[in-house]
Write a protein that binds this ligand. Structure first.
Ligand code: ADP
Ligand code: MG
Length: 329
């Protein structure tokens, strides 16, 4: 049981409606049906209830908090919202060093929602538009080796002349050799969701990593994957031995998470506090070091805060938001 589940079980995020309904349903003189008749609303009541639900638009709660744009959007890849904590900065700079020094293979592990894709995109964008580097970003490597290699070549904007894996490999080798030797370019491959690789695609990457020009590796690869990738890698020593940089995205500390939340609110247009101090600390605590959880709870907190007319959001609202966003299914 993790910390949040424990907190919920201990009643910290208690659902106050369910206990009451249960007690009433089985209490006192009548049968279960008699009580149900009193509890279950009629169809008309239910439809009226649905009609009376307010549709609180995104714009409404944003303007209630003087926000210009959503601070906790979980889909965007907008770099302005990224808060570079010290450990995120270290991971990013280690990835950049691995690539720039042509060291071959780097791997970044992290839980779901820890910021892997965010880092992968930051890394990619660091090299985009720079003529000394050629970079491809793959976000679904869960395909057969020949399909993966075709996708990689497609991302490098290489015409794919063949369908057979062996022919594709030799064509790709020629391409990266030309880029490295004739154009003096570093060729980089970033793979997100790398836990989807299987032994066949890992073997393909191992072969690609073997290509050298006598001096340097011709291809630099950085993998970003969920923690189960580590088990897969550990089972394949000849792949693991090629890793020169292996990093874990550790959960953010509460202090860092508070900074992340404040950073996102500031970028969204709000300079002054939106949360009471202990409420923002609670938001950071319940997100357990995961930026995605912080964003999900933060978004609910803004909605519920607006519905409850709390200009400065309290811990109580954050608790309710955590209950909605993080309650274990
Ligand atoms: N360093 C960060 N600063 C601000 N927001 C972040 C940061 N890292 C991740 N996020 C946010 O958290 C959410 C999940 O991040 P993501 O990179 O998709 O995680 P993962 O790929 O590990 O599942 C996204 O909305 C992203 O914007
Ligand atoms: Mg991801």
């Amino acid at each position: 049981m993790n910390g949040l589940e424990k907190a919920i079980t201990m009643g910290r995020f208690k659902d106050t409606t369910s206990d009451k309904a249960e007690n009433e349903e089985f209490s006192e003189n009548g049968t279960k049906q008699a009580n149900l008749a009193g509890l279950v609303p009629t169809l008309e009541d239910m439809l009226a209830d649905i009609r009376s639900m307010t549709i609180l638009s995104k714009e409404a709660f944003l303007s209630y908090y003087n926000l210009i744009e959503p601070p906790f959007s979980v889909t965007g890849t907008d770099q302005r919202f990224v808060y570079l904590s010290e450990s995120y900065r270290n991971i990013l700079s280690s990835c950049i060093a691995t690539v720039v020094d042509s060291m071959g293979l780097g791997v970044v592990y992290g839980q779901v929602g820890s910021g892997k894709s965010t880092l992968a995109r930051l890394l990619t964008s660091r090299f985009e538009g720079n003529d000394e580097y050629l970079i491809a970003y793959i976000d679904d490597p869960g395909v057969a080796p020949s399909a993966l290699l075709r996708n990689i070549m497609h991302e490098f904007r290489v015409d794919v002349p063949a369908r057979q894996l062996e022919a594709l490999k030799s064509y790709f080798k020629g391409f990266i050799y030309e880029q490295a030797t004739l154009r003096d370019r570093t060729v980089i491959l970033i793979i997100d969701e790398a836990q989807k690789l299987d032994r066949h695609t890992m073997e393909l990457l191992r072969v690609l990593l073997n290509y050298e020009d006598g001096r340097d590796k011709l291809l630099q690869i950085i993998l970003f994957g969920q923690t189960e990738l580590k088990n897969k890698v550990d089972k394949r020593p000849n792949f693991r031995n090629r890793i020169v940089t292996g990093m874990n995205i550790e959960p953010m500390s509460i202090v860092e998470m508070v900074r992340l939340i404040k950073h996102r609110l500031r970028v969204a247009g709000r300079e002054t506090p939106v949360f009471e101090e202990d409420a923002i600390a609670l938001l950071a605590e319940v997100s357990q070091g995961l930026p995605r959880s912080a964003c999900a709870v933060g978004w609910w907190a803004l909605r519920l805060g607006c519905e409850n007319d709390e200009k400065l959001i309290s811990s109580n609202i954050v608790q309710q938001a955590a209950h909605k966003a993080l309650r274990p299914l």
